[in-house]
Design a protein around this ligand. Structure first.
Ligand SMILES: Nc1ncnc2c1ncn2[C@@H]1O[C@H](COP(=O)(O)OP(=O)(O)OP(=O)(O)O)[C@@H](O)[C@H]1O
Length: 361
């Protein structure tokens, strides 16, 4: 099953209709095709991370999802309502179901934290008493119970983003769009904001779409990933699939530093053909079940080879063990490399024969 099939299967599944369904959207900015044939769907409660290099089209996509920008073609459906078909007035009502948080927080500087959070409730016409109760509840939720009367300039960056999150959640949106929500924050504050968003998703079940250029954000928060490149989807899948076996060049490049790579001295020692004393060296990409098995033991038993682990490692990606091992097979003399490769392909996300090295190198 391909990664796209996983998405399509969910779309066709017996469960509830998707909360967000995007079909073939396109958007042109001047002479530039900023988005081209973007399709995906998202179930209620899911968290989708959209990543891409600068200029890939991330901001344009999130602006289209929020209804701030119109598409030139295709459709966007939120909770069964096709927002791309709505008039500006009808869109205003649906947009109350969509919350948004921003890189630079976008708080009103002349209003207190509580007044900023209250704004969407004023617009939605909530009565005063309920508004005040709701604001107190939201400030507690984001850990700012004691800061209600502070102005933005009296708050740290992390606290400002907490106000932004409380404001976005005020009218109980079904969909929360996060536009580079942690890009202006230091690493420690980033971790605490991502943990808060994760907690909110678990407690309130809010569906989230986050755009970012940082793979660390995707790894910490997303469950599904779309990699955008030049306005098109280069690749999509679960976060474990993307980290475990990336397929597109752009994903490989965005993951640099997040996946084990062959150390330079080993790469320099690699030869394309076997030579006396050499062993074939494989890169084995693993995720989930196959990362926990007895792969190397079974390999040794089945082919009477001696697997020598030269490099690699596993990391935890949203509860799934994901990683790569660089394994040389000593004493593989008579063992058929093709059969070994097909054995490994059946037990891994991906396996590649990199060349031949002296195993102790
Ligand atoms: N008015 C415009 N006319 C022509 N091209 C535009 C216009 N506005 C944006 N673009 C181009 O559209 C592309 C997509 O821009 P967008 O801001 O969506 O990308 P992005 O992935 O969010 O980038 P970044 O991470 O740098 O914010 C970029 O190449 C940008 O230069």
């Amino acid at each position: 099953m391909t990664q796209t099939d996983v998405f399509l299967e969910e779309r066709a599944g017996v469960s509830a209709p998707p909360l967000l369904d995007v079909r073939g959207i396109a958007r042109r900015l001047g002479s530039h095709q900023a988005l081209d044939d973007i399709s995906f769907s998202l179930a209620s409660g899911d968290i989708l991370g959209i990543i891409g290099r600068s200029g890939a089209g991330k901001s344009t996509l999130i602006r289209c999802l929020s209804g701030l920008e119109r598409v030139d073609g295709g459709s966007i459906t939120v909770e069964g309502t096709e927002i791309t078909a709505l008039s500006e007035t009808a869109l205003q009502t649906v947009r109350q179901r969509i919350g948004m948080i921003f890189q630079h927080f976008n708080l009103l500087s002349a209003k207190t934290a509580a007044e900023n959070v209250m704004l969407p409730l004023l617009i939605a016409g909530w009565p005063k008493r309920r508004r005040e109760e709701r604001v107190a509840e939201l400030l507690d939720l984001v850990g700012l119970g004691g800061q209600a009367k502070r102005y933005p300039h009296q708050l740290s960056g992390g606290q400002k983003q907490r106000v932004g999150i409380a404001r976005a959640l005020a009218a109980s949106p079904a969909l929360l769009l996060c536009d580079e929500a942690t890009s202006a924050l230091d690493p420690e504050t980033t971790t605490s904001i991502l943990a808060l968003l994760d907690d909110i998703n678990r407690r309130l079940g809010v569906t989230m779409v986050l755009i970012t250029h940082e793979m660390s954000v995707i790894r910490s928060l997303a469950r599904k990933v779309i990699v955008l490149d030049h306005g098109r989807i280069a690749e999509q899948g679960s976060v474990a699939e993307i980290f475990g076996a990336p397929r597109s060049d752009v994903t490989h490049s965005l993951l640099r530093g997040f996946r084990p790579e062959l150390p330079d001295h080993l790469a320099a020692a690699l030869r394309p053909e076997p030579f006396p004393g050499s062993a074939p060296l494989f890169r084995i990409d693993l995720a989930g079940e196959n990362a926990r098995g007895t792969l190397l033991f079974d390999l040794a038993q089945s082919f009477r080879v001696r697997p020598v682990l030269l490099h690699g490692g596993l990391q935890d990606v949203r509860g799934v063990a994901v990683g790569s091992l660089f394994v040389a097979l000593a004493d593989a003399g008579a063992a058929p490399v093709d059969a070994i490769l097909s054995f490994l392909l059946g037990r891994s996300q991906a396996t590649e024969l990199l060349g031949h090295v002296v195993p102790s190198a």
